[in-house]
Design a protein around this ligand. Structure first.
Ligand code: NAD
Length: 367
């Protein structure tokens, strides 16, 4: 097994390893010795992944003597309906508290399985094996689990850490281009919030990542996971520092919500848009120079990535946008909190005291 890197999310007794690897994780037992002690192991994946990696998943289930549950693919699976379906399926297999769930999937399956693991019998162990670039650099690490509500994105969930995260570049070879770009949004986010050197590196290596060059992907995943692990280790439950990871997400989630979590706009695409709006808002409020926006747009133009609302054919008004923004989890004491940028690698929290400021901005600069 070609091990590329090994990181740790330091959370006291809830600490866990992130293993970055080239191959399909057949030898799970080598990475996670505790696996032999579980009373039952259930592998959970989605239909698309199961179809593509049928053979590999079959072998893994055989090796672990595990059962398998397959869920539909897509954001709509992150719902009460599928949470209930999944938990009933798990319980029907007569699990006890010593059972293990292995999640093989993107952020949708990861968020849903994490939530089911945290609720089943008041908490059973789970492992993340993320299969999209986005889930490898972001959602599989940090323990945020969620489903969506009619009131907004990720509004129902828990903090519940996996026992290990096993990232395999093997999965990326079959990932559609649109999904690779989606993952790139979160990689770029880490550079923008925390590391200008990483941003400069992305300027030279972005194209290679989008083409799934192994070395470039491994480095981007490692650096992203390193930043995420550091932030999560400092602030597991998002009391302060962790909220910087929401850069671009407050605006992005509102747009996802407006489009009804449909395939019109996937999560990563909403983050490209959200970061574009957040940088513009930062300039509007006088927090950062216009040159930061140029650095952002030049980089995305070179990669042929769209970041404007018109490019995605989304019809919304400033008032509708504001309505959706208000459902965000980042609203505290009725004030929306935005993560804004002052320079590449430096962000700040902004509490909106007057809605008029935001509406003026949206009317002038966004719609
Ligand atoms: N928990 C967190 O901290 C966190 C962070 C960021 C995003 N998220 C959540 O993650 C979700 C988005 O995740 P995503 O972009 O991975 O979406 P996803 O899980 O829907 O995967 C995208 C599509 O790719 C398919 N797919 C997955 N792996 C594949 C592979 N290797 N080859 C081919 N096809 C594959 C899936 O079946 C799906 O159709 C959103 O719901 C978002 O809210 C959570």
């Amino acid at each position: 097994m070609a091990l590329i890197s090994n990181l740790t999310v330091k959370l006291g007794k809830n600490s866990y390893k992130i293993v970055i690897d080239n191959n399909f994780p057949f030898k799970l037992k080598n990475n996670f010795t505790k696996i032999k002690g579980y009373s039952k192991i259930i592998v959970i994946t989605d239909k698309t992944i199961n179809n593509i990696f049928d053979n590999e998943i079959y072998k893994l289930c055989n090796e672990l003597k595990s059962e398998k549950i397959i869920l539909p693919s897509g954001e709509k699976t992150k719902s009460f309906k599928y949470l209930e379906y999944l938990m009933n399926k798990i319980l029907s297999k007569k699990v006890d508290r010593n059972a293990l769930l292995i999640c093989i999937g993107g952020g949708v399956i990861g968020d849903l399985v994490g939530l089911a693991a945290s609720l089943t019998l008041r908490g059973i162990d789970f492992i993340q094996i993320p299969t999209t670039l986005l889930s490898q650099v972001d959602s599989s690490v940090g323990g945020k689990t969620a489903i969506n509500s009619i009131y907004g994105k990720n509004l129902i969930g828990t903090f519940y850490q996996p026992k290990i995260v096993i990232i395999s570049l093997y999965f990326l070879r079959k990932l559609p281009e649109r999904e690779i770009m989606s993952g790139y949004a979160e990689i770029l986010k880490y550079a923008l919030i925390k590391n200008r050197v990483f941003f400069s590196w992305l300027k030279n290596n972005g194209k290679k990542i989008l083409k799934i060059n192994s070395n470039a992907c491994a480095e981007a995943i490692r650096e992203s996971c390193k930043i995420k692990s550091y932030v999560v280790s400092k602030d597991e439950k998002e009391k302060n520092l962790r909220e910087i990871l929401n850069f671009g997400h407050t605006f992005g989630h509102a747009l996802e919500s407006i489009t009804g979590f449909s395939s019109k706009l996937n999560h990563g695409e909403s983050i490209f848009l959200g970061m574009y709006i957040a940088i513009k808002f930062s300039i509007f409020l006088g927090f950062c120079k216009k040159s930061i926006l140029h650095e952002y747009t030049n980089h995305l133009d070179k990669l042929n990535i769209s970041y404007k609302i018109d490019d995605y054919n989304i019809s919304a008004s400033p008032n509708l946008f504001l309505k959706h923004l208000k459902f965000d989890k980042k609203v505290k004491e009725k004030k929306i909190r935005f993560i804004l940028i002052s320079d590449i690698g430096k962000v700040k929290v902004y509490k909106l005291n007057e809605e008029k400021i935001l509406l003026d901005f949206l009317k002038k600069e966004v719609f």
